[in-house]
Design a protein around this ligand. Structure first.
Ligand code: MG
Length: 175
C-alpha cells in the first residue's frame, strides 16, 4: 500500500558523500573535531568532509534539498563557515519532518592522518551534535589504495531515521 502524509514510513534511510582536497597551513576539522596535522581540508567553509556527508545523508533521508542548494559555495556568507551550522539545519529539517536519527555509519578514505587514534573523540562529538548515543555512530577509516586520491579526504555516510512516536508528538497539540 502506498503511504500518505498521515502514514509516514516508520524508518527512512539516507546516504551522503563528500570529498575535499588537503591544503597546507589550514586547520584540519573532521566531524567537528580539530586534529593536529600539517594540512587541512580546503573548501569554501571549514572543509569538514565528514559533517558535510552527514548533512547530505540527513537531507537525503527526508528527500530534502542537498547541502549545496541550501548553502551555495557562491554565497559569501558561508565563507569559512563552521559546518556545524549546516548539520544543525539538516537536523532541524529531520525533526520538522517527524523523525529522529536512529543510527549513522561512516567511512573516511584518506592516507593521513590515521583516524584510529581520533575515532573515539570524533564519534563522541558527532553523537553529541546529533543528540544520540556514541554507540549509534560508526566511524571507520580506510586508505585509498589504487584510487589516486592521496591528497584528498573522502567521506561516505549512511543514516537511519525513525519516526517519532505518535504519543510524544501529540503533546504539541493537534496530533
Ligand atoms: Mg564539502
Amino acid at each position: 500500500m502506498p503511504t500518505t502524509n498521515n502514514q509516514r514510513p516508520t524508518t527512512r534511510i539516507g546516504y551522503g558523500w563528500d570529498s575535499h582536497e588537503f591544503k597546507r597551513g589550514i586547520p584540519l576539522k573532521i566531524g567537528g573535531v580539530t586534529i593536529a596535522h600539517p594540512k587541512g581540508l580546503g573548501g569554501h567553509s571549514d572543509g569538514d568532509v565528514l559533517l558535510h556527508a552527514i548533512t547530505d545523508a540527513l537531507l537525503g533521508a527526508i528527500a530534502g534539498p542537498d547541502i549545496g542548494s541550501l548553502f551555495p559555495p557562491s554565497d559569501p556568507q558561508w565563507k569559512g563557515a563552521d559546518s556545524v551550522v549546516f548539520l544543525r539545519e539538516a537536523l532541524k529539517r529531520v525533526q520538522a519532518a517527524g523523525y529522529v536519527v536512529a543510527n549513522l555509519d561512516s567511512t573516511l578514505i584518506l592516507v593521513e592522518p590515521k583516524i584510529g587514534p581520533h575515532a573515539a573523540i570524533i564519534r563522541a562529538h558527532v553523537a553529541e551534535l546529533l543528540g544520540i548515543s556514541p554507540n549509534a555512530v560508526g566511524i571507520k577509516a580506510k586508505t585509498p589504495e589504487g584510487m589516486g586520491t592521496d591528497n584528498a579526504a573522502i567521506a561516505h555516510v549512511a543514516v537511519l531515521l525513525e519516526k517519532v512516536a505518535r504519543a510524544s508528538r501529540k503533546k504539541k497539540g493537534t496530533g
